[in-house]
Ligand binder design. Structure first.
Ligand code: FA5
Length: 366
């Protein structure tokens, strides 16, 4: 008992003498830490007789409470002293002129998302959104990729260790296509939406980053065909790149959620090391670049989303926003988009006043 008394007195003296938060933390660990003497004293209770324990336990608990209170009070006093010292030493001279830097700018991805929304709004599309933390059913199963479907492996998915309440896997969405499912379930048909947003895949090189942006498009109505898809994409890309000589190539492809499926390529040429969109990709000095996937919505997807495929049909597309931004504004490394380097942003960023509008031009540079 007297040893406990002495140890407590020593701890309280050390707390009173602590000159900063680091010293105070050391005294806390010595007494209340996992291997501190109070914790060790509490462990000895188990070996005592009931009578001894009845006498010792309240004394140890009281010592612990007294030390904890002293620590809290000293911590508050040290923090207040630290703040007072900072307030006394740090000054701001309000008579100085405002610094020229840093100057904020709009990131090219945000600018391109605004441009997209403006162009598609003019074509009668609303903007839809969905969660970036998705479940396996919306991201894969309802898009006609059941658990054993090989296309799942191509998506390099980031999974969470948790599951949904009804046992579905939780993941970072690998594409914007789950918003197709959510929109059909929420609003039924007809539908005309775009869904821009972030998507995630475990992938990294000059043209692939672990987080990137896509824009999904979905049109569902009674008599939609592939010609509508081609016209929509052509009209969009002409407005987006602000040139009439855009040539698209629709290349047969495969996605589990569209049938038939087509990949969309655009013709471009290279001028001074920069890719410039325009012209036929097979013309001399030209080539094709893939911009995204598309196709007619698979009947099974319509069924999963509660629509009758005998009554409704439609097209969908998914474009890489970062890729089309690179092509429009001439960047050559996708990774720089997400480095947050102020020099890159000063060069490629946009003025907040440079709002894209169809009347003033969707691509005006600041
Ligand atoms: C898809 O993600 C499909 N959901 C697209 C789709 C939608 C098809 C609707 C049919 C109907 P894909 O994996 O090919 O498809 O990706 C589409 C585009 O995203 C690519 O063409 C590319 O432009 C871009 N992309 C894909 N991976 C990356 C990445 N790691 N970094 C940057 N862009 C990427």
């Amino acid at each position: 008992m007297s040893e406990l008394h002495n140890q407590k007195a020593a701890a309280l003296a050390a707390i009173a003498a602590a000159s900063d938060l680091t010293a105070l933390e050391e005294t806390r660990l010595a007494a209340l830490g996992k291997k501190g003497w109070v914790s060790l004293a509490l462990k000895t209770l188990g070996q005592m007789s009931p009578e001894e324990r009845a006498a010792a336990a309240p004394a140890i608990q009281a010592a612990r409470a007294e030390i904890a209170d002293a620590l809290d009070a000293k911590k508050a006093a040290l923090e207040a002293a630290e703040l007072a010292a900072r307030l006394a030493s740090e000054t701001v001279d309000l008579t100085l002129p405002t610094p020229a830097q840093p100057k904020g700018s709009v990131h090219p991805v945000s600018q391109v998302m605004d441009e997209l929304a403006e162009i598609f709004a003019d074509l009668g599309f609303a903007v839809a959104t969905g969660p970036e933390i998705e479940d396996d059913w919306h991201n894969f199963t309802a898009l006609n990729m059941d658990e054993t479907h090989p296309a799942r492996a191509m998506h390099d998915t980031f999974y969470f260790s948790d599951k949904t309440a009804d046992g579905k896997d939780v993941l970072l969405r690998t594409h914007t296509s789950p918003v197709q499912i959510r929109s059909m379930l929420d609003q039924g048909a007809p539908i005309r939406i775009i869904a821009p947003g972030r998507v995630y895949r475990s992938d990294s090189d000059a043209t692939h980053t672990p987080m990137f942006h896509q824009v999904e498009g979905l049109v569902i109505d009674r008599d939609i065909h592939l010609g509508h898809l081609k016209w929509t994409l052509e009209t969009f890309f002409k407005a987006f790149f602000e040139r009439e000589d855009i040539t698209l190539r629709l290349r047969p492809s495969y996605f589990p959620f569209t049938e038939p499926s087509v990949e969309v390529d655009v013709g471009y040429s290279t001028e001074g090391g920069r890719r410039v969109v325009g012209g036929h990709g097979d013309a001399p000095g030209h080539a094709w670049m893939e911009l995204g996937g598309s196709g007619m919505v698979n009947a099974r997807v319509l069924e999963f989303a509660g629509l009758d495929p005998k009554e409704w049909q439609g097209f969908a597309f998914g474009l890489g926003i970062d890729r089309i931004a690179m092509l429009k504004y001439g960047m050559n490394d996708l990774r720089a988009f997400f480095d947050g380097d102020p020099r890159w942003l000063a060069h490629y960023g946009f003025s907040p006043f440079d709002q894209p509008t169809l009347s003033a031009g969707v691509g005006a540079r600041a």
